[in-house]
Design a protein around this ligand. Structure first.
Ligand code: ADP
Ligand code: MG
Length: 200
């Protein structure tokens, strides 16, 4: 490994730790209240309203909760997909109710292999968790690169990150495989990433 990428990994880990500590200090009530505000802000986005199919995630470790987003999506007859770890990537299978999710790898509630699997090009919007984002849409996950790999060819404008406002930093270190989100929704509002033409 080159010394440069080693330093980036150390820097990423240090940011991951500090944000994770701050997030784990949130109370259950704070998580619920902020998650509801974030859901409302997400639903104010035109791109969400126009999406017929969305991918969500199951929250762990005080991540922004997605249950109310799911309920509203089902009520408005959107197709909803949840990820499932498949080797080093993610597959997205459709669910109709949350009880269809089962504990999978890393203790995350996952979609099931027997459920309808999406061609990811057909999903209109991916709602993505993170440990941290920066204002340009760069994202730090848990350090395994699943979303980077699974969605490497999906355009930035189809990716929306959810986080608490303290998770949006001025900048985060990035590698060549890191992919940006087009929007970040927090309890304080929406951050529109600066977009490069043709950016992924
Ligand atoms: P995260 O995105 O979860 O924060 P990192 O960005 O640190 O994690 O990525 C973890 C590992 O996954 C890195 O070694 C990175 O090079 C690798 N990775 C990410 N995307 C790809 C890809 N498209 N192809 C191959 N390896 C990838
Ligand atoms: Mg990454």
């Amino acid at each position: 490994m080159k010394s440069g990428s080693f330093n980036i990994k150390l820097e990423k880990d240090s940011i991951r730790n500090s944000v994770a500590n701050r997030r784990s200090a949130l109370s259950d009530v704070e998580v619920k209240q902020k998650s509801l505000l974030i859901s409302d802000n997400l639903y104010s986005l035109e791109v969400l309203k126009l999406s017929n199919s969305i991918a969500l995630y199951s929250s762990i470790h005080n991540e922004v909760m997605t249950e109310s987003i799911f309920k509203e999506a089902i009520q408005t007859e959107k197709e909803v997909y949840f990820p499932r770890v498949n080797g080093s990537s993610l597959d997205f299978h459709r669910i109709h109710y949350l009880e269809q999710l089962k504990i999978g790898k890393f203790g995350v509630l996952e979609s099931q292999a027997h459920l309808f699997k999406a061609d990811i090009k057909q999903i209109d919007l991916f709602v993505i968790p993170a440990l941290a984002f920066d204002k340009s849409g760069s994202r730090l996950g848990y350090g395994k690169g699943y979303y980077d790999r699974a969605l490497s060819n999906i355009s930035q404008s189809k990716k929306v990150g959810l986080s608490y406002s303290f998770q949006v930093l001025d900048s985060v270190p990035i590698d060549k495989d890191d992919r940006k989100v087009g929007f970040i929704v927090t309890e304080q509002g929406i951050v529109f990433s600066r977009r490069k033409l043709g950016g992924k």
